[in-house]
Design a binder for this molecule. Structure first.
Ligand code: ATP
Ligand code: MG
Length: 472
């Protein structure tokens, strides 16, 4: 197969010329070739040459012009430069051999074939020649092109060796299966299950990079189910596995919260690309196993799972080495509030309840509403439709209340300063009492979110607290 007419970026012919003058056998390799054949846009290109990748980068940059800034990574023998939003990486072909307890291989110079052998999957081991005699020719020693066409993830060599050498590849296999909607060949998948424990030598950060890519794909449930079936999920996120299963007492069953959560996650992917809102979907019911109770009157209940769940977020993020700043706090808040909008659909919707929800959610109200909408799942389609309809009403009313009262980013209409000046008092508990009462009155709709009404209430309150006005 010749792909020269698909190599449209000028870098390819430039590198072809450099390869000829420098007498360096050179190829495009890996993810870029795979994505080119799948018609997926990709702006990261890896070049491999039989020789020094750093020399190839240097000669290429020289030919392009002095404005190119090359980064050299001497320890790895690689080099990289950017051009616009394109990223070019240069590496010398290498042969790798591994030791049991490390991801770090012993590396030697090698041929193109050696370099292809060390790659993780047949579809990632494709190369295109940039050499004069066969420019554009696909070099495909493992029938990667057939696997691409039939949608199969398979390792080029014995999968037990491939995964044991570098266990991160197990995560990558499942990540690619999810992103590309591919099938992991049975032999390869069985090897993942057999080697799952080796994941222990991989850092949390790298595991999470792959998990996050799964979560950012179109249908993350595919990846979670493969992680579960292979036994990897139990090792990297055991708390999530606890959601599995249903129980029945007196003919009453609760839903399987594992599959429910995956459904919520897939649902929310239709309305957001935000990784952390997707994480909120993953976490929203995480404390259900710990809060599950059964009694004859109420059947199955999970009281307080939103409170305990939001507390668990910190510990889980920490142990998974996920960021602990604003992202984590956002997930906590979503988990904590996730029942509130749904509760509104079940009762008479009062403006006061809506104002309280707006006040607590603040600018995250839209995210919260997306989470709640995604949380409406049931096997019964009529039920889902009815809930969604009521949910629309809540959304509409929320909008009206927000326009009227503007409590989304509530700022107290009278400040502590003003209270102190008016009554000539020093910082004290009375100030907090007055401010809190005003806020409550606004949220309850007793007064409007307005300076004059709040001021009048402050004077009233002062009177009942025995304060005298010293400055009007
Ligand atoms: P993406 O860029 O979407 O993450 P990719 O396949 O390009 O996918 P990269 O991490 O950019 O992944 O790696 C580029 C290439 O390097 C891969 O296509 C593969 O050939 C090789 N590669 C990357 N990681 C590994 C690994 N852990 N084991 C073997 N080969 C790997
Ligand atoms: Mg890549």
């Amino acid at each position: 197969m010749n792909l020269s007419d698909r190599l449209t970026h000028p870098i390819f012919s430039t590198i072809g010329e450099v390869a000829a003058t420098e007498q360096l056998e050179t190829y495009v390799v890996g993810g870029f070739v795979r994505d080119l054949l799948l018609n997926r846009a990709s702006k990261d290109i890896d070049f491999v040459c039989v020789g020094s990748g750093m020399d190839l980068a240097k000669a290429t940059a020289k030919r392009i012009g002095s404005h190119v800034h090359v980064n050299y990574f001497k320890n790895f023998g690689t080099a990289q430069f950017r051009s616009g939003d394109w990223d070019f990486e240069f590496v010398g072909a290498r042969k790798e051999s591994y030791q049991r307890d490390s991801r770090k291989p012993i590396v030697e110079d090698g041929s193109l074939q050696d370099d292809q052998n060390r790659r993780d999957f047949t579809i990632n081991a494709l190369a295109i020649s940039l050499n004069k005699n066969d420019y554009g020719t696909l070099v495909d020693p493992f029938q990667g092109i057939e696997d691409l066409e039939s949608g199969i993830i398979r390792t080029p060599l014995d999968p037990d060796i491939t995964f044991s050498d570098d266990p991160l590849r197990m995560m990558r296999a499942i990540r690619f299966a999810t992103q590309l909607n591919f099938y992991i060949e049975a032999k390869t998948f069985e090897a993942i299950a057999r080697n799952k424990k080796r994941i222990g030598i991989i850092s949390r950060e790298r595991i999470m990079d792959e998990l996050n890519k799964i979560i950012l794909s179109q249908k993350p449930s595919v990846g979670f189910i493969l992680l579960d079936q292979s036994g990897l999920l139990e090792l990297i996120f055991p708390e999530f596995c606890l959601l599995k299963g249903t129980e029945t007492v007196d003919d009453k069953s609760h839903k399987d919260n594992f599959y429910h959560t995956l459904q919520v996650l897939d649902n929310i992917c239709q309305s957001t690309k935000d990784l952390w809102l997707r994480w909120a979907a993953i976490m929203h019911d995480i404390a259900k196993p710990q809060t599950k109770r059964f009694d004859v009157r109420n059947g199955w209940t999970f009281h307080g799972h939103e409170v305990l769940g939001s507390k668990m977020v910190y510990r889980l993020f920490k142990s998974m080495k996920l960021p602990l700043g604003a992202e984590m706090k956002f997930v906590q808040k979503m988990v904590y509030l996730h029942l509130r909008p749904i509760a509104l659909t079940k009762e008479e919707i009062t403006d006061s309840a809506l104002r309280r929800l707006l006040f607590e959610a603040g600018d995250d109200i839209d995210s919260l509403m997306k989470l709640c909408e995604a949380d409406i799942t049931s096997k019964n389609k009529v039920k889902v439709a009815r809930y969604l309809q009521r949910f629309e009403t809540v959304k509409q009313k929320l909008k009206e209340v927000e326009e009227k009262d503007q409590v989304r980013n509530f700022q107290p209409p009278v400040s502590g300063e003003l209270i102190m000046q008016t009554f000539g008092i020093k910082p004290s508990a009375a100030i907090g009492t007055i401010k809190e009462a005003i806020k409550e009155a606004i949220l309850d709709g007793k007064i409007r979110n307005d300076y004059n009404e709040a001021y009048a209430m402050m004077l009233e309150m002062g009177k009942t607290l025995g304060l005298t006005v010293v400055k009007q």
